[in-house]
Design a protein around this ligand. Structure first.
Ligand SMILES: *Cc1c(COP(=O)(O)O)cnc(C)c1O
Length: 404
């Protein structure tokens, strides 16, 4: 496990790597853009003007700070740790994704870019991207797998209402991985005016770092809110992992407090042995995808396997490189939760707390259900409520009908 004198809170090294993970494996034509972006971001993040603008939009447009809520009935039900929700689902557009999109759109504007492209799976990142593009009057093109367009009609409608153009991607299985490939291809051909807004802590350096930084407001707020409420730091943090951005957002600030335990929850789908899951750390091996080296689901020939999860937002065959490194270092513990366990936790949260969580978030809640009862009542546990469940109603209703 982690030792007290080690520093885990750090930036990627000169090669853009965290240990042996990360980097920038991109087409040669993209290299100047990636370096431009890195330079622009380095400047922006130390500039008081940029930080003040970001703070203002976080407060007035996103609605931050998000509350830290004591989940009293859940705590009583489990009879162990004191459970708190960090309520990212109350942000504008209903998830943590907007924290990152606000940061990136301000950066794009500083760089003089007029056209924004993005990839999306469940559509939450697409909606957040379309939202900030509407707010700043920028052209917005969202690549989305044809399968996902079918599964996520409401989010597709939202994006269109805000003026985004949706490009259906039919290559591969027509899901998130394929949409990300198409977005990277677009970027190569439209290098001059286009900014690629990546939705999680993946992709080539500097994306994993800059997305993490924009999301790390989650952990910073949690720190001060917990101090105010309980007079001390939390004992453990729990978050679900698709690419890993809400988890990095909650964890990053606390990495050098060795007394704070952290748990990342991957999607085990039908079970880790079933071959139908999305647990890149628990069931994958290192390889290169979308510009970085990380743990990936792949077959014996190195072909990327399709991910499976009941929640479209966890349905990605990779994981951010910083998580891969934290896993190797043993600083963060990673576990996996099945569709079934997530659905049980989903229903329980609705009934016990009057909060309908996203199915992604329900994975974190399932781990809380497993862990909290075994812990003493003075243990302070924070779970990231990454998003609300509105988008998941069709899926949940279908599953309930199948069971009835
Ligand atoms: C996109 C999404 C996730 C997964 O993405 P991360 O980058 O791992 O955070 C989790 N929860 C919700 C609600 C999402 O929309």
């Amino acid at each position: 496990m982690s030792s007290a004198n080690q520093h885990y809170r750090r930036d990627a090294d000169a090669l853009g790597q965290f240990g042996q993970f990360g980097g920038r494996f991109v087409a040669e034509t993209l290299m100047p853009l990636i370096l431009d972006l890195e330079q622009a971001y380095k400047q922006a993040r130390s500039e008081p003007n940029f930080i003040a603008e970001l703070d203002r939009f976080n407060a007035e447009f996103v609605g931050r700070p998000s509350p830290l809520y004591f989940a009293e009935r859940l705590t009583e039900q489990y009879g162990g740790a004191k459970i708190f929700f960090k309520r990212e689902e109350l942000n504008h557009t209903g998830a943590h994704k907007i924290n990152n999109c606000i940061g990136q759109v301000l950066l794009a504007r500083r760089m003089g870019k007029s056209r924004i492209i993005a990839e999306t799976g469940a559509g939450m990142h697409g909606v957040a991207t379309a939202t900030v593009c509407a707010r700043f009057g920028l052209e917005c093109v969202v690549y989305m797998g044809a399968t996902d367009i079918d599964r996520q009609r409401d989010n597709v409608a939202r994006m269109r209402l805000m003026g985004a153009k949706i490009v259906p991607v039919t290559s591969g299985k027509g899901t998130l991985k394929d949409a990300m490939n198409e977005a990277l291809r677009d970027w190569v051909t439209n290098v001059d005016n286009t900014f690629y807004m990546i939705g999680t802590v993946a992709g080539p350096h500097p994306y994993p770092t800059l997305v993490r930084d924009f999301q790390s407001i989650i952990g910073r707020e949690t720190h001060s809110q917990m101090l105010e409420r309980e007079g001390r730091l939390p004992d453990s943090l729990v978050a679900c992992i698709g690419g890993g951005s809400n988890a990095m957002g909650l964890f990053h600030h606390f990495l050098d407090y060795p007394e704070v335990q952290m748990v990342g929850v991957e999607a085990a789908g039908h079970g880790l042995d079933s071959g139908k899951h999305a647990a890149s750390l628990k069931g994958g091996v290192p390889g290169v995808l979308h510009g970085n080296r990380t743990y990936l689901l792949q077959d014996d020939d190195g072909q990327i396997d399709d991910a499976h999860s009941v929640s479209a937002g966890l349905d990605y065959p990779g994981i951010g490189p910083e998580h891969a490194w934290l896993h190797k270092e043993g600083r963060v513990e990673y576990v996996a939760v099945t569709d079934r366990q997530a659905l049980d936790a989903f229903h329980n949260c609705c009934r016990m707390e009057g909060i309908i969580p996203a199915l992604e978030t329900a994975h974190a809640l399932a781990e809380v259900a497993r862990r909290a009862p075994t812990l003493p009542s003075d243990h302070l546990m924070v779970v990231c409520l990454s998003g609300r469940g509105d988008k998941d109603m069709p899926t949940v209703l279908r599953l309930m009908e199948e069971q009835a």
